[in-house]
Ligand binder design. Sequence first.
Ligand code: FAD
Length: 435
Amino acid sequence: MPMQWSNWSASVTCQPMVIRYPQSLDEIVAIVNECRQQGRGLRVVGSGHSFTPLVATDGVLISLDHYSGLEQIDVAAGTATVRGGTKIKALGTLLSRHGLAQENLGDIDAQSIAGAISTGTHGTGLTLGSISTQVIGMTLVTGQGEVLVCSEHERPEILRAAQVSLGALGIIASVTLRLVPAYRLEYVWRRENLGLCLEQLGHNTAANRNFEFYWLPHTDKVMTKRMNISQQAAHSQLRHTLRHYQELVLENSVLWLISEVCRHFPTATPAASGLIASLVSSGMDINDSHKIFATPRLVRFQEMEYSLPLENLAVALEAIDRCIRRRRFQVHFPLECRVVRGDDIDLSPAAGRDSAYIAAHMYKGMAYHEYFAALEDILRSYGGRPHWGKLHSLTARELAPLYPRWEHFQAVRASLDPAGLLLNPYLRRILGVGA
Ligand SMILES: Cc1cc2nc3c(=O)[nH]c(=O)nc-3n(C[C@H](O)[C@H](O)[C@H](O)COP(=O)(O)OP(=O)(O)OC[C@H]3O[C@@H](n4cnc5c(N)ncnc54)[C@H](O)[C@@H]3O)c2cc1C
């Protein structure tokens, strides 16, 4: 009997025929071959944290939740091979036991490693690439049921396509990651003025390992976040608990309460945004890197995020500010601004350029279509490319010209999954592959 599946934000629901949880590489191969023989569509899910219908299927859904953990670790070389279903949170703990860490992470750790890289998940830091750039090798079960190993030395062209591949080339059974020695981060957050923040952007992104800011719309206030390597001992458990108390109570419970008021009385959003800005505190924490990056996200929302050429961040944000005021958009959720080093991965939104990312959020249950559409026009006019896991309206026609290696990805996809076993209608639309 079909079951109901839904993603984190409930923007996508579907009814797969069955959800399969393989426990070995052979089982993954067997599921792919069964689907081929029976002519059933197959999609693979990580933690379901993408907002776009990448995972949706009425065929077979495969989850690697039971295929996770470390396969191999080389501490001296600073590399580890981990199974695709490993959650980023668990990975941090596993690696730290061996004195290693991922060089950068996004702001949650609930994703699976394969799911995170498949959409180009990123954190912030001008010298640091997206999580996909940490991948130096991979074992893929292709749409033809073939087990394919690729690395920087073996089939490097396939690796470049597979590093951000939307689950369209095959099932990523394991990935080999380039790691760094475990490190501690000093994390400082404070409320600042938007104008000054934009003026000092160049300095702040260069002077801090990880710099980002959240701008509260309808206000001139931002919350900045700076993270830098620290040799000091981690703060006491009490300090961590206080930080988590602030995140849980102020950034989640209070935000939820304010958001519920806004959902019922949308005209209250400018005042709500001002109230949130006034509640932003200053603080500092020191802890192991994997414990610092992630923050709890208990309040559900919808999100759109675009990457831009780095130099366009300030002008794009100023245009968004004017647009929100002119169109009186009822939004109280902040816009998040980050920076990412450029890379050479076929479908990476940061391909070929150092990038700034601007993310817009809307509380779940509040109208977001017009707001996201207006911002999308602005972001596209500044050279934007959408985050693959977050809401956008583009199809292959608009996407293809944005990616210099688009045709290369298409050729790899066609060779690894010629029958389109792994394509759902959404993927066909964004990749431009006919039914
Ligand atoms: C609260 C929240 C915070 C977020 N924060 C950030 C952030 O800081 N930075 C950022 O860049 N993004 C962020 N995202 C987006 C998120 O990181 C991406 O959407 C990511 O792809 C989700 O990973 P997942 O494991 O949930 O994968 P899913 O959403 O389940 O799947 C994503 C894609 O990966 C494919 N996939 C999954 N597993 C495999 C596999 N084994 N083999 C092949 N393909 C596979 C799926 O088919 C799909 O195409 C956030 C999302 C939410 C909801």
